[in-house]
Design a protein around this ligand. Structure first.
Ligand code: PLP
Length: 449
């Protein structure tokens, strides 16, 4: 790593002049110019290096610039850069087979998209056409993407400015024991009451109007909400009872994040559709998709599926997915997640929670963890209010700045920090990052009562 401050300044200048950024008031941001990345780290043009505890947008599961993945993309580019989705393509066929082989049950066909939003969008489309019904039930505290349907399905403030959006979405409450909507005393009660709430919503909305229930298997951005044991099995049962399609949005939780190919594997349950993106190829080339059950695929045997994308199953993207899945197996990346989670991440986060008054709860599995920061561990008042921005987000900003000052790039959302590093992160790197996190939490502790 060598500094090239002048180059960095030029990159920043062009960015500010011409790049229009996502989710931002354009005049209020100063994007950090990035010079390079490798493994678990990236660095800026001043030569400052960051250990990444965010995997960017929780997508760089294989780490940065994995040499075998880069080589596979180079080879694929030399062989075949592009071909329309209507042809059969070697990389596309193989990627679909490898994904289907790893998906549970009879989910054997893959519709490829360019990312997660198009995956959830098309999953909802499939469910509606399969059932002939129009409603889709999704949870508050969820994110499903930023296209018209997927942002309407989203249960967080990013939906607000996009309303009314797509008709037919109904939001309900999912399980969240730490802030239970159901006054539950424990996880078992939370599970039982959350399922009863879902049954009640279905009853009053009318089962014959509901095409799908779409859930993040483990809620990602909105809090690393791990469903209590039994909840997903209960959802499966309810869907079967009413002929409702269960869509598992595994855009963030799939492909290694939870130490499994798919997060549903953790509970041994099988949805009807699984949405994936992010970790499938770590975003080296944009890719997402929907894995489809035999029954839903059968709906479109004699009837055309009314959806498509110029770049559905893009050869470069698919070749990178093939290579990524192979590398995961060759290098035991799922095993790394399980081992480093069990031996380092989980026990050390428990210690950190016990030590810092600002840590209200630690929850997660695999390399998918969240620390909920509070002003008071007894009242559970969040360290910053829901949807806080600007000055109101001050304490979280100060915490993040303390991490960055020491070379750790944290993931911060509202009053939470998520520990979501690349799945290739070693025990040593994890310990190094947790040491920094531990010290930075002293900043958050100063705001506790
Ligand atoms: N679904 C979930 C659970 C996500 O976390 C995301 C992105 O963060 C999406 C869908 C949307 O994916 P994309 O940004 O690739 O459209």
């Amino acid at each position: 790593i060598h500094a090239d401050t002048e180059r960095g300044a030029a990159v920043a200048r062009d960015d500010r002049a011409h790049v229009f950024h996502s989710w931002s008031a354009q005049a209020l941001i100063a994007p950090l110019p990035i010079a390079g990345a490798s493994g678990s780290h990236f660095w800026d043009y001043d030569g400052k290096k960051y250990l990444d505890f965010s995997s960017q947008l929780v997508n760089v599961n294989i780490g940065y610039q994995h040499p075998k993945l880069v080589a596979a993309i180079q080879e694929a580019a030399a062989r075949q850069c592009t071909i329309a989705p209507s042809f059969a393509d070697e990389s596309r066929s193989e990627a679909a087979r490898l994904i289907a082989e790893r998906a549970p049950g009879d989910l054997d066909k893959v519709f490829f998209t360019n990312g997660g939003a198009e995956a959830t969008e098309n999953a909802m489309r499939m469910a509606r056409l399969r059932t002939g019904r129009h409603k889709v039930l999704t949870t508050y505290r969820s994110y499903h993407g930023a296209t018209s349907g997927s942002i309407t399905a989203t249960g967080d403030p990013r939906r607000w400015a996009n309303e009314p959006g797509m008709p037919g979405i109904v939001h309900f409450w999912g399980p969240y024991p730490y802030r239970s909507q159901f006054h539950a005393a424990d996880e078992a009660q939370e599970c039982e009451r959350a399922l009863q709430h879902l049954r009640d919503v279905i009853m009053v909305e009318g089962p014959s109007t509901i095409a799908a229930i779409m859930l993040e298997t483990i809620v990602g951005t909105n809090g690393i909400l791990v469903p209590p044991d039994g909840y997903l099995a209960g959802v499966r049962e309810i869907c079967d009872e009413h002929g409702i399609v269960w869509i598992a949005d595994e855009v963030m939780s799939g492909f290694g994040r939870c130490g499994e190919w798919f997060a549903v594997d953790h509970w041994g349950v099988t949805p009807d559709l699984i949405c994936f993106a992010k970790g499938v190829n770590s975003g080296y080339v944009p890719l997402g998709g929907v894995v489809i059950s035999a029954a839903i695929a059968a709906t479109f045997e004699q009837r055309a599926f009314p959806g498509g994308l110029t770049y559905s199953g893009h050869p470069l993207a698919c070749a990178s997915a093939v290579a990524s899945i192979r590398i995961f197996e060759e290098e035991g990346i799922l095993e790394n997640v399980r081992k480093v989670s069990d031996t380092v991440l989980a026990p050390r986060l428990a210690e950190i929670a016990a030590k810092h008054p600002s840590v209200g709860e630690v929850r997660g599995l695999g390399f998918f963890w969240g620390l909920e920061l509070v002003r008071n561990p007894d009242t559970r008042e969040p360290l910053v209010p829901f949807n806080a921005s600007g000055a109101a987000a001050g304490p979280m900003n100060e915490f993040a700045a303390a991490c960055k000052a020491e070379g750790l790039w944290p993931f911060v959302h509202f009053n939470r920090t998520h520990v979501v590093p690349p799945c290739t992160t070693t025990a040593e790197e994890m310990n190094e990052g947790l040491d920094i996190l531990d010290r930075a939490l002293e900043v958050a502790d100063r705001f506790t009562a």
